[in-house]
Design a protein around this ligand. Sequence first.
Ligand code: NCD
Length: 337
Amino acid sequence: MNFVGSHILSVSQFDRQAIRTVFEVADRMLPYANRQRITRVLEGAILGNMFFEPSTRTRVSFGCAWNLLGGEVRETTEIKASAIAKGESFYDTARVLSGYSDMIVMRHQLEGSVDEFAVASRVPVINGGDGANEHPSQALLDLYTIRKEMKDRGKNIDGLRIALVGDLRYGRAVHSLCKLLTLYENMHFILISPPELSLSAEYVDDIKRAGHKVLESDELQTGIGHADILYVTRTQEERFPNQAEADKYKGLFRLNQSIYTEYCEPNTVIMHPLPRDSRGNANELDNDLNENPNLAIFRQTDNGVLIRMALFALILDVVDKVEETSSKVNWYTARRF
Ligand code: NCD
């Protein structure tokens, strides 16, 4: 895969070698994300960060990743704050904004919207989530986290047993992660969801065609006992026709410390793309797990900065110049990694 100048729209663009490249560059970003060194490699460069759906960590970590490489960020949030609300097409918006930016990250509720935007853009575009379709940078940071967590436990990605729990139908993070995991060997997918929110056949068929094992269940306890990773997800309520319909599926699977202790193997890693829905009727991942050392959710969010810095550096062809333009930081810094 040639990263330089390219859009990142789908994880289908990646093979194992390309993933290895992203992870190697992400590892090299550690001193910068950890505030031991600063780099000015993207000094003068502008990121157009366009988030037309709610976002905290994806939006802010893309922005911070760009800032940590020395660049400036221009943000557009909400459709009503942009000319799309006046009827402007993606084509026109992309032509205009790509004149102002060196790279664009975009999130939008419509599947395929970011692809359409990228066709008209004159600068590289990264998909920050297009409806229920894909979320490539999330899947890369999830896989990077999985690799690290497994390494700490003396295992690797090949042979992994992963239980994906919750809304597998609308969860774009799940979709992209499943596609990436399919590239590895001898995987066990345990798909735990209500039947109405199961992973759609196109993904399941691809997984099976690649020779991996799939177990589908609508009971939390059934599958989690044999998993290395539990990947819990939120009911994607914004994708349902109405709130009452979404509410039917909230709270069906709740992972907490007592269920973990009773059913999981010791050291099973707990992940979630976040946000977890901590409201009483949902609460799919209980706060009583917060001190559990196997809870990797905040390691995922920290790793997101490394992965996003790596994508920027690869696409803009500055990987080998990051260090050249670097110096030590002058302020007191807390360690993140
Ligand atoms: C996910 C998303 O937006 O798809 N969040 C994120 O970017 N980390 C998952 C979700 O919203 O449930």
